[in-house]
Write a protein that binds this ligand. Structure first.
Ligand code: FE
Length: 337
């Protein structure tokens, strides 16, 4: 085990053991950022009295759970991508959860039939387009991002990021690997600069005149609008919900899985049921600017104002199964170089 990983383990274990004296608690490993999950956990604790302890991670949760084995303090893992959920299951570090309440709240398309993972919110990966330099209707499909007319006009984060790998996986699912490679080569040849930064950094680049369109998850619009420094970036773009020529808009889910070792199984289940409930889902809608997966809960007014779209019908799991191939394509076309 390398030193940095060992250090991370110790830090997380220390953070979690501080709460060990509390009678009722749930321990969470989260890929989601603090500002996105803390409002949910606060509401859960207020309602149930159950404390939630969180270790925030950037990567390596599968390896961490494998290393900790049966002694892992973690009860649940929160992810930002369906492929992350799938890799947890493939590694055997999750357990099946059977809850009528969860099954009634979350449509089948957003959960594992075996109960090993549940989507909690969905997000569209869309196009941010310059208000000044991109005409209404100039870009409407993902396929079009590879067209010559965008030469030197597109900005994006790394092709190896989970969000882009999921999009490339969707292209593979809709067509085939050969088409996806050509498409990715086309997009690469249209880039204004080397892939870098996060989704918001691309909108900043549009604001600065470096590129005209970027690829990003829709909820970042809300975060930028709420941040005085980033508001001008948000104001410089329009949101375009592109679709596949014969499909809809690409969606991914943020979700949850219960660990195989979960030391607080009952309380963890209560947390999962809360997150799937109308109350929990309303927080996803209002605080995170995402789409609730519970059909009883509407999107927030702000998110609804960004536009309507037809979700692509590619099964979510295809995003996970095509991920390795998508990564190979990114490397083969030298997307990040
Ligand atoms: Fe994100």
């Amino acid at each position: 085990m390398s030193l940095p990983i060992r250090a991370a383990l110790i830090t997380a274990a220390t953070a979690l053991s501080v709460q060990a004296a509390v009678a009722q608690e749930v321990n969470v490993y989260s890929y989601r950022q603090p500002e996105l999950v803390e409002p949910l956990f606060d509401a859960f604790t207020k309602e149930t009295g159950i404390a939630v302890n969180v270790a925030f991670l950037n990567k390596g949760v599968v390896e961490k759970l494998e290393a900790e084995g049966k002694r892992s303090p973690a009860d649940v893992v929160l992810t930002v991508d369906v492929a992350q959920l799938d890799s947890l299951i493939k590694a055997g570090v999750t357990q099946s959860v059977n809850s009528d309440a969860i099954n009634a709240s979350i449509p089948e398309a957003f959960r594992d039939p075996e109960g090993h993972w549940f989507g909690l919110s969905s997000r569209a990966r869309i196009i941010y387009a310059s208000r000044d330099r991109v005409a209404d209707g100039e870009v409407t499909t993902y396929e079009d991002l590879a067209s010559d007319k965008w030469k030197g006009r597109i900005c994006t984060r790394s092709g190896t990021h989970d969000y882009n790998l999921a999009l490339i996986s969707a292209v593979i699912a809709r067509y085939d690997v050969e088409y996806a490679e050509k498409w990715l080569e086309g997009v690469k040849s249209n880039l204004a600069r080397k892939p870098q930064g996060n989704d918001r950094a691309q909108v900043k680049a549009i604001f600065a005149g470096e590129c005209d369109i970027s690829i990003g998850n829709m909820y970042y619009m809300g975060l930028m609008q709420a941040d005085p420094e980033q508001k001008p970036w948000a104001d410089s773009v329009r949101l375009v919900f592109p679709k596949f020529e014969n499909g809809g808009t690409h969606l991914n889910v943020a979700g949850i899985a219960m660990t195989a070792a979960a030391p607080h199984r009952d309380d963890a289940l209560k947390l999962m049921e809360f997150l799937a409930s109308e109350k929990g889902q309303a927080i996803y809608a209002e605080v995170n600017n995402e789409y609730p997966v519970n059909p009883e809960v509407p999107a927030s007014d702000l998110v609804a104002s960004w536009g309507e779209f037809t979700p692509d019908n590619t099964p979510l799991l295809a995003l996970a199964t095509n991920r390795a191939e998508a990564l190979r394509l990114v490397e083969r076309v030298g997307f990040d170089e």
